[in-house]
Design a protein around this ligand. Structure first.
Ligand code: NCC
Length: 276
């Protein structure tokens, strides 16, 4: 199998990965009493297009980066899970346009998802590791964490905040792109929030700048910029095929290698700008 070039990989992503969110017309949601809490339309028809976007990984190497001003200069900024800005503005900025949450964060007691003000700014997007090739009903009956119970509770408390749920075909179609472009079999777990968020932004923005997903010269075993916890697996992956995700992003990068080294910055084109 020939190794695809960066532009070929980008076109594969654009053509084979459907970035969609749940809507009330989809089974089994259409027959559930709370279906009207789901947004009427797919996220990509409601949100954007933005010109320039930032995706801020939660990596420890953002610490002492001084990238805050640059990150905030983008039209939209995506952050992950419980990653804070308060107290870290100099390094990660303060703007949050979209927050991508895994279902573990929504369900675990220590994150106080229903009550913490961390989650109350911006557009929320949630995802849950669905069983491979399961349809929506099978997933609904066997979610990894109780994403729907928590979604339902959160929506009751914050009815005006936009809140989307990723369609699970997105995670597995993206997983398939990784697998088809690697020489060895990879673990059958969905891609990390980092890659899901990057591809989500490629469908909402003309240009996407990803920070410290590919580590800079500040590379560290510090897991997150906001916690005193050290584990190299945060950067290299354990459950998620993170190393393979990073390999793919490196191949698609349209910025300079020097920008990765100094700023931890990768530049990817938005899907609307691609002529495939
Ligand atoms: O750590 P996490 O991710 O919230 O980080 C968001 C994304 O940033 C990229 N990252 C992070 C740290 C690092 N040193 N290098 C990186 O490249 C990754 O792309 C990552 O996805 C997740 O993907 O949702 C994850 O969530 C955590 C955890 O659930 C939340 O932080 C809430 O505490 C997972 N950790 C555990 O389950 C213990 C992590 O595996 C993946």
């Amino acid at each position: 199998r020939p190794k695809l070039s960066g532009p070929e990989l980008l076109c594969q992503l654009k053509e084979k990965v459907e970035v969609t969110t749940l809507t009330p017309d989809l089974k089994p949601f259409s027959s559930l009493p709370w279906s009207s809490q789901l947004p009427q339309q797919d996220m990509t028809s409601d949100i954007g297009p933005y010109k320039s976007c930032a995706v801020v990984s939660s990596a420890g190497s953002l610490r002492y980066s001084g990238l805050g001003k640059e990150i905030d200069s983008h039209d939209a900024v995506l952050r992950f899970n419980a990653a804070p800005t308060a107290g870290y503005e100099k390094d990660v900025g303060s703007k949050t346009t979209i927050r991508l949450l895994n279902s573990q964060v929504m369900a675990s007691d220590d994150h106080r998802f229903l009550s913490s003000s961390l989650y109350s700014t911006g557009i929320l997007v949630a995802w849950d590791p669905a069983p491979f090739s399961a349809d929506l009903s099978q997933w609904y009956n066997k979610t990894d964490y109780p994403i729907f119970t928590q979604y339902h509770r959160y929506r009751r408390l914050h009815p005006l905040q936009p809140f989307y749920i990723l369609h699970p075909h997105f995670e597995w179609q993206l997983w398939q792109r990784i697998q088809d472009n690697m020489a060895e079999p990879i673990q059958k777990n969905p891609p990390s929030s980092g890659l899901l968020g990057t591809v989500l932004m490629m469908s909402l923005c003309e240009a996407v700048h990803v920070y410290e997903f590919l580590p800079s010269r500040r590379k560290t075993e510090l897991c997150h910029y906001y916690q005193r916890f050290y584990d190299a697996a945060c950067t290299l992956g354990a459950y998620h095929p993170l190393l393979y995700e990073k390999n793919l992003v490196k191949r698609m990068n349209q910025g300079l290698d020097q920008d990765i080294y100094t700023h931890g910055r990768v530049t990817l084109p938005g899907f609307i700008t691609l002529n495939c």
